[in-house]
Design a protein around this ligand. Structure first.
Ligand SMILES: *[C@@H]1O[C@H](CO)[C@@H](O)[C@H](O)[C@H]1NC(C)=O
Ligand SMILES: *[C@@H]1O[C@H](CO)[C@@H](O)[C@H](O)[C@H]1NC(C)=O
Ligand SMILES: *[C@@H]1O[C@H](CO)[C@@H](O)[C@H](O)[C@H]1NC(C)=O
Ligand SMILES: *[C@@H]1O[C@H](CO)[C@@H](O)[C@H](O)[C@H]1NC(C)=O
Ligand SMILES: *[C@@H]1O[C@H](CO)[C@@H](O)[C@H](O)[C@H]1NC(C)=O
Ligand SMILES: [Cu+2]
Length: 694
């Protein structure tokens, strides 16, 4: 295990940010957090994974060495804004190529805001296989710190006994799974199976940070006989609010204060209840996965029994929380409307769609297309089916998310904390016209209620390619993602991708220039771009369809075969192994294998556009400590009173009352459950409505 190097003292002095540096071997290890051993993805030979700690203003540099042998990888730093460092955000296909086995990749970013975050794999649904851990960005000016005796970290996660490739094959990529059921977890973990005993002294206050690292299950959190005093959501400090029960969707984080009882004669339970229902309000599946932690007053007394509640009737509505320093955006400049849904397409393949189209992972990562297509980068057509939306510099953008599906979905936006303008009650239908006012909740992951909507806002002041996607991990490969391309000119001017990043593409014979399909001459010619394949639905993970350069001498660039019969060197790539249960046909390789640069830097042709050659800010400088761009606050922060009417009314409508019935209305039409809304205009992926319990 590496030692955590955090220079708290130095970082507290402005201008003297520390460098937090780690070298992580990503490799398979065995672990049995719920008593059953299985292979998991560890770091430096160990699992659970380390908590990454830094202080606001610190530079973080993490080298990952992919020693998995059989899968590509990559890490997303969830909630970190990546100001001028979009190339370090992590999602394969959006801002980088996946890191193939045997390769190393360096992530460099600034700890821009304090709070509770996490890191996780963003390639091939790897985080349910264990590749996820907490990030804590300490705040020397933490307003709530003085009153707390100690700080505790709680992680909660659903846990699966089969590995992700098998889970995907049996559920998500299984065309017989017409109800789109996700895999169901076997157990729920607090602290990845490590002890969850929190020492409490009478009358003292403790800060708890809780991170939900679930792939699917939301969690309900409540304490026996103690209040939860919420102070932070997703890294955003909020005015204190007392709650009895918290509902935390995957990827969300909370910090809260627990006050010790004046006197206690026993120990108390901290309950985490995992919810595997499509909408927790009307459970169709009993809450049968629970985990209990301990608020320990006296170690000599017994641990508490599981603390249960009879109903989840006092769950905190997060939209009633107010940031301590609200972001002031002013009036909206542009509105992007995203209607999302799930269904099966005309070929019977399970899909999740945004405006009728599943996100399809392209050959050239979207960021690399922005950097290499000059003026054409402002044309959304060149990016292929990544559901692109282009925002201009400094525009105030409204994201209207209409959930046409009957389950709730937690949406996460990379690169920003968004402002929640409005969130509707379940089954309220599409969003109406709303004049957004500043002051409401800010966070980076928000549940959009079943059959309802949410309106989010952000200012396009962080040049980059940012995914906006459902954070139920099983819905990502189905295509439930969109791409927000923010400030094209700013990206071209200020984002410098180190050539080592392009080497990840080269090693897999993937292009790193041109449009989505790698066309460098005619950017609107998408004939070589990825489209939804009829034989699989690996939307986010179609990567590495060529042989690695180690076997280039025998390849012409085109091959057909079943994965199981491919040469072993091929199966070291993620795609071939991910689809190892089905025949996978490689019909196009761009560039052809013979065009692939040899190993090492400088071979091949790296992008030469003026924008890349002349960065205004560099995150791969020779002298990182002095050379890195200073932290620039993304927006001006000033307190304003919370306007009336921001909080939604009328939550709590039961999903159960509008229980869906199986309805098929034919190609191109879609009927959502409950709300019975009709949508049209599904281009490539015609949907039929499906009824699903899950
Ligand atoms: C595919 O899904 C069906 C229906 O849920 C299930 O019966 C079958 O076992 C699954 N196939 C595989 C290979 O897991
Ligand atoms: C964790 O996230 C999952 C997925 O959305 C959600 O179902 C679950 O309720 C969350 N858990 C908590 C404690 O919020
Ligand atoms: C889990 O907790 C919930 C709420 O307290 C309770 O209703 C349920 O019975 C518990 N399930 C089990 C298996 O203990
Ligand atoms: C570029 O490709 C598009 C789409 O295939 C085609 O319509 C157009 O004519 C092409 N332009 C040129 C100059 O070849
Ligand atoms: C890669 O190997 C590990 C360890 O044996 C295994 O658990 C995992 O399922 C494999 N991945 C694929 C895609 O086959
Ligand atoms: Cu989802």
């Amino acid at each position: 295990m590496l030692k955590s190097i955090v220079f708290l003292a130095a970082a507290a002095v402005p201008g003297l940010a520390a460098l937090v540096e780690k070298n992580w071997d990503i490799e398979w290890v065995s672990a049995s957090p719920d008593g059953v051993a299985r292979p998991v993805i560890g770091i430096n030979g160990a699992w659970p994974l380390p908590t990454l700690e830094a202080t606001v203003g610190d530079k973080v540099r993490i080298t990952i060495n992919n020693k998995l042998g059989n899968e590509s990888t990559g890490i997303h730093w969830h909630g970190i804004h990546q100001i001028y460092s979009n190339q370090n955000d992590g999602p394969a296909g959006a801002t980088q190529c996946g890191v193939p086995p045997g390769k190393s990749f360096v992530y460099e970013w600034t700890a821009d805001y304090p709070g509770t975050y996490w890191y996780h794999g963003h390639t091939g649904s790897q985080y349910p296989d264990g590749l996820r851990g907490p990030i804590i960005i300490h705040d020397p000016k933490d307003v709530y710190k003085a009153e707390c005796e100690a700080e505790y970290l709680v992680t909660a996660s659903d846990w699966y006994r089969a590995e992700v490739p098998a889970l995907l094959a049996s559920t998500i990529f299984n065309t017989s799974n017409t109800q789109l059921r996700p895999p169901l977890p076997a157990s729920g973990l607090i602290n990845d199976g490590k002890p969850a005993v929190y020492k409490i002294e009478p009358g003292k206050k403790y800060k708890f940070r809780i991170v939900n690292m679930s792939a699917f299950a939301g969690i309900m959190v409540f304490l026996e006989d103690h209040d939860i005093e919420v102070i932070e959501v997703d890294g955003v400090p909020v005015a204190k609010k007392t709650a009895k029960q918290l509902y935390i969707t995957p990827a969300q984080r909370y910090a809260f204060i627990v006050t010790g009882k004046a006197s206690a004669t026993k120990n108390y339970g901290l309950s985490v209840v995992f919810d595997i229902n499509p909408d927790y309000r009307a459970p169709v599946i009993p809450f049968n996965i629970n985990a209990t932690g301990e608020l320990q007053y006296d170690a000599s007394k017994p641990a508490p029994a599981q603390y249960r509640v009879s109903a989840f009737d006092s769950i905190l509505d997060d939209t009633t929380l107010t940031p301590l320093k609200p972001t002031l955006l002013g009036p909206t400049d542009v509105k992007f409307e995203l209607d999302f849904n799930m269904g099966i397409d005309a070929s019977g393949v399970p899909r999740a769609t945004v405006n009728g189209k599943p996100y399809v992972h392209q050959k050239v990562p979207t960021l690399y297309s922005v950097l290499s297509t000059g003026a054409d980068a402002s044309n959304p057509l060149i990016y292929g089916q990544v559901n692109p939306f282009i925002a201009k510099k400094d525009q105030v953008v409204e994201l209207v998310l209409n959930n046409l599906h009957f389950a709730h979905h937690p949406f996460h936006f990379h690169g920003h904390h968004f402002q929640v303008c409005e969130r509707s009650a379940p089954q309220a239908g599409k969003a109406g016209d709303v004049v957004c006012v500043d002051g409401g909740l800010e966070r980076d992951t928000l549940t959009v209620e079943a059959g309802g909507s949410a309106i989010l806002r952000f200012k396009a002041d962080n040049p980059g390619v940012w995914l906006l996607h459902c954070h139920i991990e099983w819905h990502v490969p189905l295509g439930l993602s969109a791409t927000i391309i923010e400030d094209v000119a700013g990206i071209q001017k200020s984002i410098k991708v180190p050539k080592e990043h392009f080497e990840m593409c080269a090693a897999q014979c993937l292009p790193w220039e041109g449009n989505a399909g790698g066309n460098k001459v005619n950017h609107t010619d998408l004939s070589n771009a990825n489209t939804p394949a009829s034989s699989d639905s690996g939307a986010l993970y179609e990567q590495g369809t060529c042989k690695p350069d180690t076997v280039s001498s025998t390849a012409s660039g085109t091959a057909t075969g079943s994965a199981t019969s491919w040469p072993t060197t091929w199966t070291s790539l993620s795609t071939s192994t991910l689809y190892s249960t089905k025949t996978y046909t490689v019909t196009s390789c761009a560039p052809t294998v013979t065009n692939c640069p040899a190993k090492g830097h400088g071979a091949g042709s790296w992008p030469t556009s003026a924008a890349v050659a002349k960065p205004s800010k560099s995150f791969a400088p020779a002298n990182p400590e002095s050379d890195w761009a200073p932290w620039v606050p993304a927006t001006t922060l000033a307190p304003v009173p919370v306007p009336a009417g921001v909080a939604p009314t009328g939550t709590g409508a039961a999903w159960g009352t509008g229980k869906p019935t199986a309805t098929s209305t034919g190609k191109g039409m879609l009927v959502t459950a409950g709300a019975a809304k009709v949508a049209s205009g599904f281009g490539a992926a015609a949907l039929v409505a499906v009824a699903a319990m899950l």
